[in-house]
Design a protein around this ligand. Structure first.
Ligand SMILES: C[S@@+](CC[C@H](N)C(=O)[O-])C[C@H]1O[C@@H](n2cnc3c(N)ncnc32)[C@H](O)[C@@H]1O
Length: 314
């Protein structure tokens, strides 16, 4: 493997950690003790399981006859430190790299991870060392300490160069872009829009803070219970519908948020593609946003119980 940026080989390999992506499904089903916050609870394990499913699906599709030798680009805009210590499970960069080891693909993996926290970046470089030897020839990994808006601009430039070098058009670039912020402020929307328009075949994965976006929606309704100060600050914020409509992907899927008490913290994944590979059908607990269940989730940003709802169908 070549072109490794800032990743050393002397750190602990993933196999030595106590939980790997393969464990996630089982732990998700058991439901660990609930500590209900992003990055710190059983929902983290569930999130990594959902991410692994999306990464695996896209990597498998990238083995198609036409594109199997092309680079697979992966950008993680809010990479974190690589390991969720409180719940002892991998973070999104390790989840991605572990999936690349399961999915045998002839073309190179070109992955870049960004976080603006220098301590996290240092720790992440150590965690990623396990992948250095195992990726296919020509693959490259990079860890960048930067604001993610600037990172996106630079990555767009690098992808253009890489495509040009391989005599491929930039708009043919395939891969995934993950944006997993704590709140909407960590999501560089302007840069995301530009990037998404330039690279239509790079699929978008957003992890949305349901509570926060419910408040943004709520302040636009008459019957809201927000204080005047909150209303003032939330009024200018985008809704989830506005965000996905602005990102130029025709097909969006929304994952059922985890069940929980009203008011408890919850996040849910959105997955956007230019060309649908599911024919508008649900997969796992992802629903097309235009489906009845998808609309239900989008309207309320709460867990739905699809089986129960079927009892009330016409
Ligand atoms: C929810 S955590 C990410 C968790 C990680 N994706 C995982 O699965 O383990 C959000 C991360 O975004 C980073 N962050 C926040 N604002 C950022 C910005 N403007 N640019 C880059 N990173 C940012 C934070 O330092 C934090 O590590």
């Amino acid at each position: 493997m070549t072109g490794v940026t800032g990743v050393t080989r002397d750190a602990c390999p993933l196999e030595a950690k106590s939980a790997t992506v393969a464990d996630l499904a089982g732990r998700n089903a058991q439901g660990d003790a609930a500590i209900m916050s992003q990055g710190q609870g059983r929902h983290t394990v569930r999130k990594q399981g959902g991410l692994a499913a999306l990464f695996r699906m896209d990597l498998r599709i990238s083995r198609g006859r036409k594109c199997r030798d092309w680079p697979y680009y992966h950008l993680d805009l809010n990479a974190g430190c690589g390991w969720n210590k409180k719940v002892d499970c991998p973070g999104s960069p390790l989840t991605f790299l572990e999936v690349t080891q399961d999915v045998d693909r002839s073309g190179p993996i070109w992955a870049r991870f960004c976080d603006h926290n220098a301590d996290y970046v240092k720790e992440l470089k150590g965690h990623l060392a396990f992948a250095v030897e195992s990726l296919s020839d020509g693959s490259s990994l990079g860890v960048v300490c930067q604001d993610n808006g600037l990172f996106l601009q630079e990555m767009a430039w690098q992808i253009r160069q890489e495509q040009q070098h391989r005599q491929l058009r930039p708009e043919w670039a395939i891969g995934t872009l993950l944006c997993d912020p704590n709140g909407e402020k960590d999501m560089p929307l302007g840069q995301l829009r530009l990037f998404a328009a330039e690279f239509p075949r790079i699929d978008l994965i957003l992890n949305i803070n349901c509570n926060l976006f419910r408040k943004f929606e709520g302040c636009k309704r008459e019957d809201n219970h927000l204080s005047p100060r909150q209303k003032e600050s939330f009024r200018k914020k985008p809704t989830v519908r506005e965000i996905i409509a602005s990102l130029g992907r025709k097909h969006w899927y929304i994952r059922n948020p985890p069940p929980g008490r009203v008011g408890s913290e919850s996040f849910c994944l959105l997955f956007g593609q230019t060309m649908s590979r599911h024919g508008g059908k649900c997969f796992k607990d992802f629903f097309p946003v235009e489906s009845r269940q998808g609309q239900d989730i989008l309207n309320n940003l709460r867990h739905i119980v699809p089986e129960q709802r079927l009892l009330w169908e016409d």
